[in-house]
Design a protein around this ligand. Structure first.
Ligand SMILES: [Zn+2]
Length: 414
């Protein structure tokens, strides 16, 4: 199968082991990974392409504001390469059934029209409309369209999406939730608990029925809760539930991130939950859902009228990884795994690991003295889809030091 003459070879430092490696690939699959001698400075790290299970929009394009043109979805796909994201899940949130179907259909059509969209979309994440109607847990989802789980309605969503719905966020507080969760699970759709006001008993029932994740745990919740029991403790303590987190530095304090990371380990999943203003300049904007908002120079998006209220996340996976690294909440290898290996295992995607037989979707990057990383190149299916031409000049001076040190960066957690 292998054609040696068409092979591409990359020398890099493996993000998990800290060892120099030589990665070979033909076309879109990694054919060999061999140890390489400890060599030159300015060799970048290599890691799998990043995966984002929750993206509402990017660079001014909103997956939930209709109409959405296929070209716009292609633009999001290509812009995400600049952030190292090679697989993502467009997220369609609570709206009227007609509008949800139209949004789902637009994503399906973009995939049919553009190969790069088809190759980048790991699935669609349906967040709603079967969530909690209560203020707080409901978040910014529109109350008028929230409803109890309805399998027939869900089937119309599945059809509009052409079978691309691979995960759903719902609240198990509804009477018929367990039955609905079982049907999704039998269909191979990951059920995630989120935007919920469910009792601990209802959460346990949901897990028995097949729910396997919590969506952005700690957000989409009441501002005040009974100290215990409550739905946050219950989900934290349940070993069968993975947990997604928004680590933009604004949605969760470091202490909460630390607790979730330590409890959930390799079942922790980083998501951006980015809204359409991600990638835009600071300023005041008007959003289709949420009205007037302010994007600050620090990267926080809040309601114009109430600066205390966040209006969504405007950061990407790379920012989240860097937040965790700079705050010392994760080592490099596990920070990357949160946005690559962990979601790939949970969603049964091609395993995001730099090893033989795996997709040649990967990133090359450098790590700075401040621990955060700077992206150098993104490969999708063995092709360079992004290159940062400034990068090596910018960080090469740090590299001697990193290679010279007997490095605390690579403590393995497992
Ligand atoms: Zn949400």
């Amino acid at each position: 199968m292998m054609e040696n003459n068409s092979q591409t070879v990359i020398h890099a430092v493996h993000y998990k082991t800290g060892q120099n490696v030589e990665v070979k690939f033909d076309g879109n699959i990694i054919s060999e990974v061999n140890p390489a001698p400890k060599l030159q400075k300015e060799v970048p790290f290599i890691a799998p392409g990043l995966i984002d299970l929750q993206i509402n929009g990017y660079v001014g394009i909103d997956f939930n504001t209709l109409p959405i043109k296929p070209e716009e979805i292609r633009k999001v796909t290509k812009e995400l390469w600049k952030q190292g994201v090679t697989t993502y899940f467009p997220t369609i949130i609570t709206n009227s059934p007609e509008k949800m179907r139209e949004a789902l259909k637009s994503i399906r059509e973009a995939s049919q029209k553009f190969a790069e969209v088809e190759e980048a979309i790991g699935g669609i994440h349906l967040e709603g409309p079967f969530i909690s109607p209560e203020d707080g847990p409901r978040g910014a989802h529109r109350q008028e369209y929230v409803r109890s789980p309805d399998w027939d309605l869900f089937c119309t969503f599945k059809e509009a999406a052409g079978g691309k719905i691979k995960m759903i966020t719902l609240s198990p507080e509804w009477e018929n939730a367990s039955e609905f969760i079982k049907k999704c699970t039998n269909d191979g759709i990951l059920v995630s608990i989120g935007h919920t006001a469910a009792s601990p008993e209802k959460i346990q029932e949901a897990v028995k029925a097949g729910a396997r994740m919590s969506t952005h745990l700690g957000n989409g919740a009441h501002p005040m809760l009974p100290r215990h029991p409550n739905y946050i403790w219950e989900q934290l303590a349940n070993d069968d539930l993975a947990s997604s987190i928004i680590a933009d530095g604004f949605h969760l304090p470091d202490s909460v991130l630390k607790v979730i990371l330590q409890l959930k380990g390799n079942k922790t999943i980083l998501v951006s939950d980015s809204v359409s203003l991600t990638g835009m300049l600071p300023g005041e904007y008007s959003l289709h859902i949420g009205g007037k908002v302010v994007l600050t120079p620090e990267g926080r998006l809040h309601m114009a009228e109430s600066p205390g209220l966040l209006a969504g996340s405007v950061q990407t996976q790379l920012w989240g990884i860097n937040h965790l690294l700079k705050r010392g909440l994760c080592h490099l290898n596990s920070a990357i795994d949160l946005a690559a290996l962990n979601p790939s295992l949970l969603l049964h995607l091609p395993v995001a690991h730099i090893s033989q037989g795996n997709p040649a979707d990967f990133i090359l990057f450098y790590q700075k003295k401040t621990k955060d990383i700077e992206l150098f190149k993104t490969f999708k299916n063995g092709k360079v889809v992004y290159e940062n031409k400034e990068v090596s000049k910018h960080v090469s001076s740090y590299y001697d030091e990193l290679l010279g040190s007997s490095d605390s960066t690579f403590k393995t957690s497992s």
